[in-house]
Design a protein around this ligand. Structure first.
Ligand code: NAP
Ligand code: ZN
Ligand code: ZN
Length: 346
């Protein structure tokens, strides 16, 4: 075991503070990663505050990890010391079920092992990326292409893949009208990716405060959901709505913005349930769906796609001592557009 520095929540809703955690010895299929940057995902906050139910403490959040390989196990074939790598939301899965074999490890029949707030297959708690080092099986590690800065790449490991996967699955592309609901960490990447895929992109945000940014990132249109006229003007408009909103929503109002056969795909994970009038999907043969992150092969595909199109996330780089303040700003929808921790400051 190796003791490494980390930032952890000692208990639910308690501020995060500097501490140390143990990392397992580098196994034959493992890589030791010197973490350079870790993004702050809203899921970190939901979990550190037990908004999704009981959690494991102390908790070292962080599942948007970018760093450099500093040691490899004897059987590692994919990576060498010095490689630029990333780790997202999962560090293991059963590897044998239909979903794992199909590269959909996030839907593993036995449940994937989360990068933090989980118990790994050896019975040990997992600790995430707000730390200086992590040991991960090479099969759950991806390559960060040259041309992507590591700090701007970090958020792609969760926010990027979580928006890329459903946009691809529901065929966002030329001739498709796609709305991205919520322009935070996930949403701003959803805009960039949907634009790069060739779709006509509309942002639906609570206000017009971030309109200039949205248009710069590739949106063609930008509307405020606080304005009731938005719902009149956009009725029956979209082939696809991707919701990244972290709070409960009026689903019926948004389903009315879909065309016949349109799909509302939800990736936001609010802490409370939402209600739905089923007539909202009956009329217009609409689909209401969800999506969880993406598998390992698709995560690599997404990183290569972003590198090819020359973009990472829009970030605000912070030191570890600013994590608690950053959490408050995320909760206030005051993030432009992802906080990334410089782990050298831990
Ligand atoms: P974020 O940066 O906080 O962005 C969420 C955005 O939602 C905000 O910027 C805001 O956009 C909008 N919003 C927030 N509160 C709202 C409210 N009360 N009413 C309407 N809109 C509101 O969060 P994130 O990191 O992108 O994560 C978004 C959600 O996705 C979280 O719940 C997270 O846990 C979840 N998530 C899910 C997956 C998955 O696999 N499905 C993966 C990662 C994250 P505007 O300011 O533009 O209105
Ligand atoms: Zn996340
Ligand atoms: Zn499996």
């Amino acid at each position: 075991m190796t003791t490494v520095a980390a930032y952890a929540a000692p208990a639910a809703k308690a501020p995060l503070e500097r501490t140390t955690v143990e990392r397992r010895p580098v196994g034959e299929h493992d890589v030791l990663i010197e973490i350079k940057f870790a993004g702050i995902c809203h899921s970190d906050i939901h979990q550190a505050r037990e908004g999704w139910g009981e959690a494991i403490f102390p908790m070292v959040p962080g599942h948007e990890i970018a760093g450099v390989v500093s040691e490899v196990g004897s059987a590692v074939t994919k990576f060498a010391v010095g490689d630029r790598v990333g780790v997202g939301c999962m560090v293991d899965s059963c590897r044998e079920c239909e979903n794992c074999k199909a590269g959909l490890e996030q839907y593993c029949a036995e449940g994937m092992t989360g990068t933090y707030n989980a118990i790994d297959r050896n019975g040990e708690p997992t600790y995430g990326g707000y730390s200086t080092h992590i040991v991960v099986d090479e099969a759950y590690t991806v390559r960060i292409p040259e041309g992507l800065a590591l700090d701007e790449a970090a958020p792609l490991l969760c926010a990027g893949i979580t928006t890329y996967s459903p946009l691809k699955h529901w065929n966002a592309g030329p001739g498709k009208k796609v709305a991205v609901l919520g322009m935070g960490g996930l949403g701003h990447l959803g805009v960039k990716i949907a634009h790069a895929l060739g779709a006509e992109v509309t942002v639906l945000s609570q206000s017009l405060r971030k309109k200039d940014d949205g248009l710069k990132l590739g949106a063609d249109h930008y509307y405020a959901t606080s304005d009731p006229k938005t719902f009149e003007d956009l009725r029956g408009t979209f082939d696809l709505i991707l919701s990244t909103v972290s709070a409960p929503l009026d689903l019926d109002a948004f389903l009315a913005l879909l065309k016949t056969d349109g799909a509302f795909v939800n990736v936001g994970a609010p802490e409370e349930p939402v209600s739905l009038n089923l007539f909202s999907v009956i009329g217009g043969r609409k689909t209401l769906a969800g999506s969880s992150i993406g598998g390992i092969p698709e995560t690599q595909e997404m990183l290569d796609f972003c590198a090819e199109h020359g973009f990472g996330a829009e970030i605000e780089l912070i030191s570890a001592s600013e994590i608690n303040e950053a959490y408050e700003r995320v909760l206030a929808s005051d993030v432009r557009y992802r906080f990334v921790i410089d782990t050298a400051t831990i």
